[in-house]
Ligand binder design. Structure first.
Ligand code: NDP
Length: 239
């Protein structure tokens, strides 16, 4: 049974990815930062429906804590599927953006990618099979007003993913990016109302977390062995 770590598994999209990977037969490590109880409840739900899961909690911006938690997880064997999904946004137009708003968003998405992926990569390489899927955003492709920090963090993740994909391609490891548009979770509900979504999105609705999870699960599957270094957007026809 392959072990899969989903960072931000306590959030809207992350939880859908955890459920889907568990349904596909993975042992899922549901990661949270502050929402320990949500992660534990999701583990309970997965196990109750016949799946295999455990919860872990750490702040991906803390390199020491992340390293220690991952070293502990690795004592149970290599993690061959990694979904870097944890992310935050702190939207404000650029002239009003504070250093803290800039740093915090970059810290979770970009430094979090480093802090989680680097400790896992050598054990993954040794197995000669791995799947890394980084959850980005349409804002990382097109940019978005009020999201200079978020667009920068996600755009940098695209470049990092492409570079890492080249490094590990010969070891049976793929690295891809899923860049969602507007997906119905707590994160988007604070930014877009129904009318705005109807106006903006050609399909006139927000995407479902499960639709993102389906794409991630395919990229994490053996069938996606020849897809690497790609940024795939799921956005209802927005671009
Ligand atoms: P949620 O706000 O529902 O979930 C965010 C997750 O990230 C939570 O599990 C949270 O953990 C975790 N997280 C936040 N900060 C940290 C940290 N410092 N260390 C570890 N974990 C952290 O967001 P979504 O599910 O909507 O978003 C998931 C991903 O999808 C994000 O990367 C986001 O940028 C991206 N995305 C979302 C879109 C949308 O419309 N929803 C659109 C485009 C991209 P906890 O709650 O336990 O603290």
């Amino acid at each position: 049974m392959k072990r899969a770590l989903v960072t931000g598994g306590s959030g809207g999209i992350g939880a859908a990815i955890c459920r889907r990977l568990a349904a596909d037969g993975c042992h899922v490590i549901v990661h949270a930062n502050r929402s320990h109880e949500t992660a534990a409840a999701l583990v309970g739900e997965i196990v109750a429906s016949g799946g295999s899961a455990e919860a872990v909690a750490f702040d991906v911006t803390d390199r020491g804590l992340s390293g220690a938690a991952l070293a502990d997880l690795l004592t149970g064997g290599p993690i061959q599927i990694l979904v870097n999904n944890a992310g935050i946004h702190a939207d404000v137009v650029f002239p009003g953006m504070s250093g803290e708003q800039w740093d915090s968003v970059i810290d979770v998405s970009l430094n979090g990618f480093f802090n989680v992926t680097r400790p896992l990569i050598l054990p993954m390489i040794r197995t000669r099979w791995g799947r890394i899927v980084n959850i980005s955003s349409l804002a990382g492709i097109t940019g978005n007003r009020g999201q200079v920090n978020y667009s920068a963090a996600k755009g940098a993740l695209h470049a990092a993913s492409k570079a890492l994909a080249l490094e590990v391609a010969s070891r049976g490891i793929t690295v891809n990016v899923v860049a969602p548009g507007i997906i119905a979770t707590a994160m988007s509900e604070s930014t877009f109302n129904d009318q705005a979504i109807k106006t903006l999105v050609p399909m006139q609705r927000a995407g479902k977390p499960e639709e993102v999870a389906d794409l991630v699960a395919f990229l994490a599957s053996p069938q996606a062995a020849y897809i690497s270094g790609q940024v795939i957007s799921i956005n209802g026809g927005l671009i």
